[in-house]
Design a protein around this ligand. Structure first.
Ligand code: TV1
Ligand code: CA
Ligand code: ZN
Length: 390
């Protein structure tokens, strides 16, 4: 009964490798690659796979990852084994490359990293070759990884690798990040070029929320000879932002950025830890509001690379990413908000069995973002955009 037609006038490609889903960060670690299985099951139960070109992501090669990462870091990533964190002869590199509780060394780590990175590189290449207009890799979006350092559950920065591919064909690429955390790795990778404009919305609290960067005035090094000065836009938020404030903020900021910068392609990181009820997050967004950002971004009709990111309450991550897939294939108006009877692991979606449970009713966090505060953020972005030309 569920069979979604292909969207009219454009192609959507889906890049995934089921081998990613089987990796485990460890018992109590919040990052659960299994959320990707749940997402795929929902997408398939709705028949959305019929509306896209499906590609099995290949592993990114060492050389592809070395376009951003340092080889001594990749060499370490390739040869480490579980237990090395405790092994004395590895301890200097474990410290230098920042492995530990957030970024553990688990079975198949290099395989995991190269597969999610391969998905994003493949997706970017499909867009460049005009073989796809919207390319999706929900296993990517690992925005904290640095050139020679793991950080915040991220080891290889697939987003940077994807942007580098897009820069081969497009003079200007815009990066948007709606994960609840600051997209520091991507910002830093491109902060000395004017060919990438990065925009991150995130919870900001210098001392108490990871990674502690991304204040409003963090706009990239403003040295007069740095062409990348002013090309990092940050939208720091407080706890509890609600649907309406977030959507209007997103539309004002992104609308102004696209109109000023005129990018040739957009990369959208859809971290689902900005949803209400997230295990690590502190916003009050519902699945519909998270999706409204995706819908707004799609309306620019630019080549669009969509990646995942954070998201630590798997049932809601899969709801959001399935809903966003339906927006991207233009099926959001035709699918039933009641989750199909046929979906695997259906018990995870109770008691409501809806794609849109009221997350803000389950756990309401006080909204600490006043109207004047939000108006100030929009004003700061307009000020900053005066330095930027498309
Ligand atoms: C093991 C077991 C690791 C339980 C980590 C939450 C855990 C966290 C764990 C955790 C946790 C963070 C920090 C402290 C840095 C540390 C994918 C020294 C219950 C993109 C990464 C957040 C977010 C890192 C990644 C953060 C992403 N929060 N339980 N760790 N300092 N790290 O604060 O942006 O979503 O929490
Ligand atoms: Ca963000
Ligand atoms: Zn996050």
């Amino acid at each position: 009964i569920y069979r979604i037609p292909r969207p009219q006038g454009y192609r959507v490609s889906w890049h995934a490798n089921p081998a990613v889903e089987g990796h485990h960060f460890g018992q109590s670690h919040p990052m659960k690659p299994w959320r990707l299985t749940l997402t795929k099951q929902l997408v398939m139960a709705y028949g959305m796979h019929n509306a896209m070109d499906l590609y099995l992501a290949r592993a990114a090669t060492y050389e592809e990852m070395a376009e951003f990462h340092e080889t001594d870091y990749l060499d370490f990533l390739r040869q480490v084994m579980p237990g090395d964190i405790e092994r004395a002869e590895q301890s200097d590199k474990v410290v230098r490359f920042n492995f530990g509780d957030d970024c553990p060394i688990f079975d198949g780590l290099y395989n995991y990293c190269s597969l999610y990175a391969g998905g994003t590189v493949d997706a970017a290449r499909k867009l460049c070759n005009d073989q796809s207009e919207i390319a999706i890799n929900w296993s990517g979006g690992l925005h904290h990884a640095k050139k020679a350092e793991a950080s915040g559950f991220c080891y290889v920065n697939d987003i940077v690798l994807g942007v580098l591919q897009l820069l081969r064909h497009h003079p200007r690429v815009m990066y948007i990040d709606i994960d609840v955390h600051h997209g520091d790795g991507v910002e830093q990778a491109f902060w000395s070029t004017d060919r990438v404009l990065t925009v991150s919305f995130h919870k900001y609290d210098k001392d108490n929320f990871f990674p502690g960067t991304g204040a409003s005035d963090d706009t990239g090094p403003t040295h007069p000879l740095n062409p990348g000065a002013h090309h990092s836009i940050n939208v720091p938020l407080n706890d509890g932002i609600d649907d309406n404030s977030y959507i209007s903020l997103y539309e004002e900021v992104i609308g102004a950025c696209v109109n000023t910068y005129r990018p040739g392609a957009i990369v959208l990181q859809c971290g689902a830890d900005s949803l209400g009820c997230d295990r690590l997050g502190c916003f009050n967004l519902n699945v519909s509001a998270h999706g409204a950002c995706v819908a707004f971004t799609k309306k620019f009709n630019l080549p669009l690379l969509v990646v995942g990111g954070g998201g630590y309450t798997p049932r809601n991550v899969s709801r959001a990413w399935a809903h966003e897939t339906s927006i991207l294939v233009d099926a959001d108006k035709i699918i039933d908000p009641q989750i199909p009877q046929s979906v695997a692991f259906r018990n995870h979606f109770g008691p409501d069995y809806s794609l849109f449970p009221s997350l803000s009713l389950i756990r309401q966090i006080e909204n600490k973002n006043s109207r004047p505060y939000l108006e100030g953020l929009v004003e700061a972005v307009h000020e900053q955009l005066r330095y930027i030309k498309g």
